[in-house]
Design a protein around this ligand. Sequence first.
Ligand code: C2G
Length: 133
Amino acid sequence: MKRVITYGTFDLLHYGHINLLRRAKEQGDYLIVALSTDEFNWNEKQKKCYFSYEKRKQLLEAIRYVDLVIPEEGWAQKVTDVKEYHVDTFVMGDDWAGEFDFVQEQTDAEVVYLARTPEISTTQIKKDLKLNN
Ligand code: C2G
């Protein structure tokens, strides 16, 4: 069974995320999503999530492509995650291209960067909502 992992905040969940998760699942048979915790988002990414970790986890677990959701609590867990979960393929959107090549050097996993879905982002959604209300 080919195991895939990907990381992210996934808040507000939108079709760009779904496109990523669908293509990540196509890389194997079992998809693990390491979901950024509220603390990690705030302390490391200065992102204040609209939905809490528990709510974002619930949303992700309802997606047919997702088999397991685990917490992402820090930048440094990727190599251990890949080893602990016997991951074959590490997937991220290409806005991260090159940032995680070390995973391929330090583990047996292949690192794959997939094209982001253009035009959609949480920032854009928030901007549009502000404009239209
Ligand atoms: N994504 C995408 N297309 C978009 C928006 C996002 O393909 N229009 C992808 C991103 O490239 C990423 C995933 O969806 O692979 C999750 O996006 P975010 O929730 O914004 O994740 P990010 O904050 O980049 O966190 O350690 C890695 C970080 O946790 C990644």
